[in-house]
Design a protein around this ligand. Sequence first.
Ligand SMILES: [Zn+2]
Length: 505
Amino acid sequence: MFYLGLKQLSLVSPPVFAGVCRCFVGVSRCRSDPRGPQWTGYAAVMSSLLLLLLPLFILTPTTALEFRYHRNGEIEKYLRDISTSNPDIAHVYSIGRSVRGQQLWVLVLSLSPRHHSIGIPEFKYVANMHGNEVLGRVLLLQLIDDLVRGHRNKEAWSVQLLNSTRIHILPTMNPDGFDDAGTHCQFSQGRFNHNGVDLNRNFPDAFAGKRQQGQFVEETQEAEVRAVIGWLRSETFVLSANLHGGALVASYPYDNSNGGSEQVGGASVTPDNDVFVHLAKVYSYNHGSMHRGDSCKDGLSFNDGITNGYQWYALKGGMQDYNYVWAQCLEVTLEVSCCKFPPKDQLPALWTENREALLAFIRQVHLGVKGRVFDSFGVPVQNAVVEVKGRSNICLFRTDKHGEYYRLLLPGNYTFTVTYPGHQVLTETLDVPHGPDRYSALKHDFLLRRAADNSTHYTPTEFSPTPTCNYTLNVEGRCGAVATPTWTGVSAALGLWAALRFLSD
Ligand SMILES: [Zn+2]
């Protein structure tokens, strides 16, 4: 296999295409070629052959993406080229700008790259949040290249994935940090953004209330963090991973705790802990060596190559907790290389180690159950609460603006409770199969009945842009169901935070 630079990356190789075209239009001139009739016949045969092969040149990628560290400008060009060459499955967009004004580019791959489709879950990968942890950038570009070529070649693994999933890829969340990054394996500059802020400590933190004695103050979010928060409001992501470096482990929420009932044996455990453990293991066991747990030879070992984030080390303001608590998106943090800036010649092997893990993790977006909630008029409704018995999330999981819900669950029996104003509480038990093998979660719609005592007052809920925490319920202490009384501080904090947000919107 050979590798070419970005300029030669187009799936339709321009020189080959141009050469074929020239031969095609030059056939009549070939007839009077001074090299004689034998040459003319040979040229005609070759022209016909090239004409027959033309579709293959168009449909089959001829080059692979070079294994090296592409600069931010090169990544932008690459994503734009992919989008331009494959408008049926690719679309590039920006979620905002870094502190120094660089666009944060996302490439989305899907059969419907520009718009959400009902029943198609939204998935995302984010890399290079810490600017000096750079392997994730390479892996995500290779993943794009692989998925696009696989789809063009009609390979089932790629076709089924893009037919069933909308995949958003942000190769660098911290392009300014990357520009400043040193290449030392562990200790180099570039981790922070241009303002010297660690972006994985800069998200609003649901556990910060008690630590601040109830005086919850919304910290200033950096431009890159604001961009991600806005992104989470614009799409209802179901599953996500955030690629880092410096260790080899899959870390899952929570990263923080306030000492409430979420603390179990030194870990800070979510209501969906079984799902998170499964997700982390899917990555570590499909990875070439992560599952062995001791690959960095630094004295740290992780059973199965996974860890609860808090159990490893507590951190406040992390992105995975924010995704899960505030945006009902299950996110895992993947530490994909012992060296934060691996030598270039190691990149092909590191891609090979991670490739199947990256693909297998995306397929997990099809775990569990998905569907819509309809009101008594048969209209899909936003902000209907869809709860699973035994899983009291801090922010209740709610339907989005399409009336959709997605719940990642391992196979088994689960009792759902659906609540919506003016309607009877609906309780149903579902037998959930394993969805990833079929590239689809179990489809199940909930049909609500109007409450007898409220039938004349009901009107459908007005559109609101994003399903987030039900702040009113938090203030009333409803979300305290998941925690000990220490949770009260968090509830009050969430309410105050919500009020501040409301005033600033
Ligand atoms: Zn990191």
